[in-house]
Design a protein around this ligand. Sequence first.
Ligand code: AMP
Ligand code: MG
Length: 338
Amino acid sequence: MDEGKWTIGIESTAHTFSFGLVDPDGIPYPSVGDTIKPLEGGIHPREAADHHRDYAAELFRRVLESQNLSSNDIGAIAYSQGPGLGPCLRIGASVARTLSSKLEVPLIGVNHCVAHIEIGRQQCDCDDPVLLYVSGGNTQVIAKLQGKYRVLGETLDIGIGNMLDKFARQQGIPFPGGPVIEKLAKEYIDEHPDATLNGLELPYPVRGMDLAFSGILTAAQRLIEKGHSIGAVCWSLQEHAFAACIEVAERALAHSGKKEVLLGGGVACNNRLREMSTLMAQERESTSHAPPRMYCIDNGTMIGLLGYIELKAGRKTPFESSGIDQYMRTDDTIVIWS
Ligand code: AMP
Ligand code: MG
């Protein structure tokens, strides 16, 4: 990587195609991106990949314009190598390879989950956190042990964000449903400050150190069918699902002896989740951190930041090993930086 040049990060694991920049000193700048929003149904990987292909040229131009740069200022290209939807990852990887060969700059493929951790550490100035990674497709509790970010607990079925989006879709609320559920839940509890979960109980999603969200989704739909208001069910759904995530994160703190919780992933935008995490951390004489919302959702900047860090540590991705890995695990990446 040339000194004095910027790193571009390209994120394409799922619904969002996003380009972000990191300056020559490793300072991240906000991303530009576009998210496919299907009019009905969930996200179709092929359609999302077509969306990403259509936006590639425009997003590259816009990210350079955002900091008044030209392509000569770019010294490295980072991209999400996995995990994610195969067709979407392949678009990001081929755009990255094209830019790397055209601009004659190094290429670095990075682990999307690890990128969520590193942007959070950088933004929140945390040292060695337990990460509660809550996104559309992933729900994991992660901590660094013996040179790798290890998954201490995770969802056994769907990601918490997918669960929220599916519940929302069943009520006619378009993707992404999470923010609307947050708003409806808040309105409900503001109007009913003495509300209890009596009659609104849902199955509790904890399975040892793991989680499972499909049962709670079915049960929440059943509460709607029984005539409970959407607001009441959204509130109950958040209380149960978030408490489960916080409980697993708390146990991860206890087992690992760490003192910081870091939230990441799109669901970490949620104020109620942030509040629960803060309360839990306070009770354990620990601290809870959450990066700005633009760095919780999938974004190119976090990919650029991890690319910058890995290149500085001496790693790069030769073209012959730049293929994507849909099933890349958080602990596949050896942490060669600190
Ligand atoms: P990601 O997969 O990390 O890009 O995050 C997208 C997921 O975050 C989707 O499932 C959204 O519904 C969810 N999400 C975004 N904002 C919120 C919010 N305020 N509360 C709950 N979920 C949210
Ligand atoms: Mg993500």
